[in-house]
Design a protein around this ligand. Structure first.
Ligand code: NI
Length: 403
């Protein structure tokens, strides 16, 4: 009679998985380069989802599903019951023409992985590969969520949550490669981490006419200019200086000729906040201000305001745990103190259903000229960041399964 084999401790399992992550690195880079060469826009990730599905289908022990036409979910059940951990990767690209001259440059004009989602997908494919090979030693379930459409409201996350991908999930984790942070660093913000990105549009209608006879017109350009200036005072004069808020007017469209006062002017922009009360106050104040100015000058306005994703709020206890995991895995020097960012992320949709932590993984490298901002035509990542992201997720997932 043979003695039953004792399950290895979580520590041994992490050590063996981290060792296995090393030789997998070239494969993760190859996946990333394939995805980078074949980017697809939000809600159009058909070939991407197919590719991800094919990679996952070759791995043992995964149950695959396609909750929406361009997403893929893989469930890995360990050998005995336990907790369920969801790991999310987003897969969509942006309508940007790539300006990098690299061998893996986008083959599609006007479409580019300019935010690093190709890297996120590859990292989580790597995680699925490693964990599926170790499924006999795992308890519980890991749910790999390959999400479509992070970049375009209403976003893919909400749809996947509605489709039930968070049912039974105890904790959810995800990451974002971050080009403004050096490769080799990880930043995890506790609490509010990314803002709610809301949008507004405003059409101001006056009365057009001859540019030489302004007194016979109601000039929407002059009025819209006052509106733009006045809107700046909402954040600077009406919001607590210690409460983060941004109001940016990003479009001002009016007129067709130098000698014509147009009939209308169009403004649009974005508001970013964390605080729920402030998030409802700002649009009310904007509308009151815009209507007041338009009234005063005899113009009318149409104002619309759309709520975007909820803010990303990292669970404090889980953040402390995963910060400790990152420190244990790489050494305390890996941790980069980060402040919240005013960018938005639909990872927040998953956090409505379970505590979650969204981490930033450094992907920039000044010495190699990898410094372009996200959403820039020269955006790129130092591919060593893929290995960092993979090792972080391996250690984090095993830690959470063990908890
Ligand atoms: Ni992104």
């Amino acid at each position: 009679m043979t003695a039953p084999t004792l399950p290895p401790t979580a520590h041994d399992l992490v050590a063996s998985l981290l060792a296995a992550a090393e030789p997998l690195a070239p494969q993760v880079i190859a996946w990333r380069r394939h995805l980078h060469q074949h980017p697809e826009l939000s809600f159009e990730e058909h070939a991407t989802a197919q590719y991800v599905h094919e990679v996952l289908a070759a791995l043992p022990g995964l149950e695959l599903s396609r909750p929406t036409p361009t997403s893929v979910v893989a469930r890995l059940r360990g050998s005995h019951p336990g907790r369920t951990i969801a790991v999310r990767a987003d897969m969509d690209a942006l309508p940007i023409d790539e300006e990098n001259n690299v061998p893996y440059r986008s083959t599609k004009r006007g479409v580019m992985h300019a935010c690093g989602h190709d890297g996120h997908t590859s990292i989580v494919l790597g995680l699925a590969t490693l964990l599926s090979g170790a499924r006999d030693q795992l308890a519980g379930e890991v749910r790999f969520v390959f999400q479509h459409a992070e970049e375009l409201s209403p976003g893919g996350a909400e749809q996947l949550v509605e489709a039930g991908v968070m049912d039974g999930v105890h904790e959810v984790i995800g990451l974002h490669l971050w080009s403004s942070m050096p490769v080799g660093k990880i930043g995890i913000v506790s609490g509010p981490a990314m803002a709610a990105p809301d949008t507004f549009q405003c059409t101001i209608t006056g009365r057009g006419g001859h540019a030489a006879m302004p007194h016979d017109t109601v000039d929407p350009i002059a009025i819209a200019a006052q509106v733009v200036t006045a809107l700046q005072q909402i954040v600077s004069r009406q919001v607590d200086p210690l409460e983060p808020a941004v109001l940016s007017v990003t479009q001002f469209i009016a007129g067709t000729a130098f000698n014509v006062i147009p009939n209308s002017a169009y403004l649009s922009g974005t508001v970013r906040t964390f605080d729920a009360a402030l998030r409802t106050q700002i649009p009310e104040r904007m509308e009151r201000l815009i209507r007041g100015i338009c009234d005063g000058f005899g113009a009318t306005c149409e104002f619309t305001y759309e709520l975007g994703y909820r803010p990303v709020i990292n669970d404090a206890a889980l953040t402390a745990r995963l910060t400790e995991v990152a420190s244990r895995t790489f050494g305390a020097h890996v941790l980069e103190p980060l402040r919240p960012v005013m960018g938005g992320e639909d990872f927040s949709a998953y956090q409505q259903r379970a505590p979650g932590v969204f981490a930033f993984v450094g992907a920039g490298n000044v010495d190699r000229g990898i410094t372009a901002a996200h959403h820039h035509p020269r955006f790129d990542i130092d591919e060593a960041s893929l290995g960092v992201g993979l090792r972080y997720l391996v250690a984090a997932t095993v830690e959470l399964l063990g908890g």
